[in-house]
Structure formats: structure tokens, C-alpha cells
Design a protein around this ligand. Structure first.
Ligand code: HEM
Length: 489
């Protein structure tokens, strides 16, 4: 309880314990002095020991904070307040009800903007709203039908490449699949070589992003050191490639029916009646490409990891896939007819949310969350990994139990306790596409293959990259049980 009423200035280190509540009430510059801070650890004057624990293992640190202090936690690094908002009610306040009071944190935005420019992820307000309306057109049912066909064709090509019995590194395989799929959805042409180079640059830039997010004092990009040189090269290569694709298409004037043609032609009929400039199209295409493949690949890799350990659930998926798809390729229409597989995907995104930590938010005014004080400029952490694994909101939370998502049980999940795609106005624009892709891929691959953890696969550790992934990859043994050409084997 001492933590809950820790002083605004000493943050419970104890230097003014005797003055505690009164001191806080009378001396705080905070405009709601009747409120107290949420519970949390004493972080010392600069919070260096806590910062070290956080950088060493962010997932473990955030989980420990939840386990020790509960649904909302307050920390302090020098003058900076940090709020870990694990409770669904707090998540709803930050992302939905009071979302205008909690914009994305500027330092994070600046770092992401170097990659995505002014795309949907890095913009807010009227500019974002106009772009969101325009980009949304690319996710209509007509487009989804085409995306489903691309997914199915690419998945079949991957299955045809695999041996009848053998071993695969499933993270690399899923990344390759989602990469080729998103590249074809975005740019139509088969630009496998370009897509790989794009992915290499994005991979490096994402790694740097994680390092930069985690460092207390980010180094300026102009420094003549190797990591910064490499970063500048990667940014140049990524942006030149995208600019080239966009300007070639603009020049050719062709409508290839892909996302790029749609963005070049889209008219803001509900707003100013204008179109996007080429620079805006470049930023949105980069944003969609970067946001679209790594997350989906991560979700798929963890799904296979879970299914390899739960043969009964894998068998249920296989039976459903065989019954619904028969010997035919999957299609958009099958999505609604695969409820067991959809539940598997949703449960896997609960236990292993690719976006394990949302982009930092920052309070732009003095406010409160769950009755605790949130001073202006506090940073707010929203952590699907922790909330979605908490016994406070999920029974037997670490058990892989896809039936939680059966329609008649959905009401058991509190609103916003499950948010792998975020919530509110900035909720993932690709959610329907990602769920469609994952469901069709799991259906087709379950029909064709059995997966087991490889004998040589050691314990799997989670690496908190921009999307979580198994550290060092994940080796699975694959046994093909069906092939389009040969029928059942
Ligand atoms: C399993 C796959 C995916 C997951 C888990 C995921 C997760 C998320 C999350 C959590 C957010 C909100 C971030 C925040 O508020 O801080 C988000 C936003 C976004 N996602 Fe996804 N995503 C996935 C797939 C995709 C795909 C396939 C695309 C596009 C092709 C995409 C494009 C975007 C964009 C553009 C935004 C920003 C939306 C806005 O602010 O208006 N995502 N995603």
C-alpha cells in the first residue's frame, strides 16, 4: 500500500515518507492532486536498476510488474512517469474513450517515420483520417477475394516445394510465404527478388528500431559509425525501391487491380475529393508492406509451434480442413466455414500476440486511469502479451484452448482484454486480411501436413523483436499426408 501513496517527488524512495499523502496533495503541480499514483516499485532517483531489468528482458520485466503490482503500475525514471496499463478498462480508456488525450509518443513516432514516412502508423488527426479512408478501400470484400486467391496459390507453391518427409525452419518459411504474398497483393507483379531485398532492409531497420526504442539516450543518425552507416544505406535502398515501383506504375498508367493501382486512383469522396500524391502513396505502400508480413509470419510460426505440441487440436484442424475444402483449393468463401481453425488462430494470437507491445502513448494532459493519477507527458505502455496471459481476465491463461473463442463463450472475455490488433480508431487496418490469410494457410497446410517439433529443437525462447519470434528460429519435422497432384499419400 505504501507504493500506492508514494510521494510525487521521491516516488516512494522513502526520503519524505512521513509527509507522504499531505506532501503530495499540497506540493504537486499535478492538476488533480486528490489522486495518488498507481502502485509500483521504488525506482531510485534515476531508475537505472529498473531500466537495466527492462532492457535485459522486457517481456519478463513487464510480466513481473503485473504479477507484483496488479492491473496498473506506475514507475518513474527521473522526471519521466511510466504507466503500465494492463487492465482492459485502462486499455479502453487509452485507445478508445480518451484516445485524443493519449496520442502516440513523439520520440517513437520519429523513429518509425524514418521508415514509414507519413503513413497510417505515424500520423494522427485529420491527415490520418483522410489517408485511412483512402487506404481502407483496398481492404474491401472485392479486394479480399483477390488476396485470398493469391494466398492460396502461394501456399500451394510452398507445399509443393516441401519434401514428403523432412525438416523445415518454420519462421523462415512463413516469412517467405507472407512476404511473397503481401508483395503480390501490393504490387501485383511477381517481384520476389525485389521483395526479398526489401525485406532484408526492413529486417535491419526493425532491429535498429528495437535497439533505439530500448536505449535511454538515442544516438543521432549522422554519427560516422558502422550501425548508423548501415541504417542510412538501408533507408536509402528501401525508399528508392518503393519510389521506383510507384513512379513506373504512375508512368504506365496501368490498372493492375492491386493495392498500388488502387492507392494511385483512390479519390477521397467523403472528404475533399482529392487524390494522394506520389509521396503519400510511397509512404502508405511502405507502411502496409512493413506492417503486413512480419506480424502475420510471426502469428503463423507460433500457431505451428502450438499445434505441434497439441496433436489432438491439430487433428481437429485437419478434419475440418478436409471436410470443408475436400480436394479443392481454398477460397474467401471458406473463411466463414472454418470455425475451428479460426478459433485456433485467435487463441494463438492470444498466447503469442505478434505485436506484443503497442506503440507507446503519451498523455497530453493531466488525467487519470482507473482512479490513479496520470500526469501530463506520462508514457503509457499497453502490452497484449501480459494482459492476454493474465489470470485476472482469462481462466487457466497459459493453456492453449481455442474453444475460448467459440461463439457461445466469447462473452466470457472482458472487452479489451484481448487486443492483438489494437483497438479504437487506430485499430489494425489489416486485421481482416491477416485473419483471412492465417486461416486459409492453416487450413491448407493442416490438410497437407503433420508437424512435430524436431528432435534437435531445444526449448523455445521468445525474442521481442518488433513482432515476437522464436529466438534462433523453430525447427519442425513435416510429414506430408496429402498433395494436390497425388491425392492422399
Ligand atoms: C497477425 C497480423 C497482424 C497483427 C497482430 C497486427 C497488429 C496491429 C496492431 C496491434 C496495430 C495497432 C498499433 C497501435 O495502435 O499501436 C496495427 C496497426 C496497423 N496495422 Fe496491423 N497487424 C497485423 C497485420 C497487418 C496487415 C496484414 C496489414 C496490412 C497489409 C497491417 C497494417 C496495419 C496498419 C497500416 C496499421 C496502422 C493503422 C492506423 O493507425 O490507422 N497489419 N496492427
Amino acid at each position: 500500500m505504501l507504493q500506492a501513496i508514494a510521494c510525487y517527488y521521491c516516488n516512494g524512495i522513502g526520503t519524505c515518507k512521513r509527509l507522504l499523502v499531505n506532501f503530495t496533495r499540497s506540493h504537486s503541480r499535478y492538476s488533480m492532486p486528490h489522486l495518488i499514483h498507481a502502485p509500483g516499485p521504488a525506482t531510485g532517483l534515476l531508475g537505472l536498476s529498473v531500466a537495466r531489468r527492462f532492457s535485459a528482458s522486457p517481456i519478463k520485466f513487464l510480466t513481473d510488474m503485473h504479477d507484483e503490482y496488479g492491473p496498473i503500475v506506475h514507475l518513474r525514471f527521473g522526471p519521466q512517469h511510466l504507466i503500465l496499463a494492463f487492465a482492459p478498462e485502462a486499455i479502453q480508456e487509452v485507445l478508445v474513450t480518451q484516445n485524443k488525450s493519449f496520442p502516440k509518443q513523439q520520440q517513437n513516432l520519429r523513429a518509425v517515420r524514418q521508415i514509414d514516412g507519413n503513413g497510417l502508423i505515424t500520423t494522427e488527426g485529420d491527415f490520418w483520417l483522410r489517408q485511412r479512408r483512402l487506404v481502407q478501400k483496398g481492404f474491401s470484400t472485392d479486394h479480399l477475394e483477390r488476396y485470398a486467391d493469391i494466398t492460396v496459390r502461394r501456399t500451394q507453391q510452398l507445399l509443393d516445394r516441401w519434401p514428403t518427409v523432412g525438416e523445415v525452419e518454420i519462421c523462415a518459411e512463413m516469412t517467405c510465404l507472407t512476404l511473397e504474398t503481401i508483395a503480390e497483393m501490393m504490387f501485383e507483379v511477381d517481384m520476389a527478388a525485389d521483395a526479398r531485398e526489401l525485406a532484408e532492409q526492413v529486417e535491419y531497420l526493425s532491429e535498429r528500431l528495437v535497439v533505439e526504442f530500448g536505449s535511454l539516450v538515442p544516438l543521432p543518425d549522422w554519427l560516422p559509425i558502422e550501425s548508423k552507416r548501415r541504417k542510412r544505406r538501408a533507408l536509402r535502398a528501401l525508399h528508392e525501391m518503393i519510389r521506383r515501383v510507384v513512379s513506373n506504375r504512375r508512368r504506365s498508367g496501368e490498372d493492375r487491380g492491386d493495392m498500388l493501382s488502387m492507392l494511385l486512383q483512390a479519390v477521397d469522396t467523403e472528404g475533399d475529393g482529392g487524390k494522394m500524391t506520389d509521396a503519400q502513396v510511397c509512404d502508405e505502400i511502405t507502411t502496409l508492406f512493413v506492417a503486413g508480413y512480419d506480424t502475420t509470419a510471426s502469428g503463423l510460426a507460433w500457431t505451428w509451434y502450438l499445434l505441434a505440441q497439441h496433436p489432438d487440436i491439430a487433428e481437429a484442424a485437419r478434419c475440418e480442413a478436409k471436410e470443408v475444402l475436400g480436394d479443392c483449393p481454398a477460397s474467401l468463401a471458406d473463411f466463414e466455414r472454418l470455425p475451428t481453425i479460426r478459433q485456433i488462430v485467435l487463441e494463438s494470437l492470444r498466447l503469442y500476440p505478434p505485436a506484443w507491445l503497442l506503440m507507446l502513448r503519451e498523455a497530453n494532459c493531466d488525467t487519470e486511469l482507473l482512479g490513479f493519477r496520470v500526469p501530463r507527458k506520462s508514457w503509457i505502455y499497453l502490452v497484449p502479451w501480459v494482459t492476454q496471459r493474465s489470470p485476472l481476465w482469462f481462466a487457466d491463461p497459459l493453456r492453449f484452448d481455442p474453444a475460448r473463442f467459440a461463439t457461445h463463450r466469447l462473452a466470457e472475455i472482458p472487452a479489451h482484454a484481448y487486443f492483438p490488433f489494437g483497438a479504437g480508431p487506430h485499430r489494425c487496418i489489416g486485421e481482416r486480411l491477416a485473419l483471412l490469410e492465417m486461416t486459409l494457410i492453416v487450413a491448407m497446410m493442416s490438410r497437407s501436413c503433420r508437424f512435430l517439433l524436431s528432435a534437435g529443437q531445444g526449448p523455445v525462447e521468445v525474442e521481442p523483436h518488433t513482432a515476437i519470434r522464436p529466438r534462433g528460429g523453430l525447427r519442425l519435422r513435416v510429414e506430408k499426408i496429402w498433395g494436390v497432384a497425388s491425392g492422399w499419400v
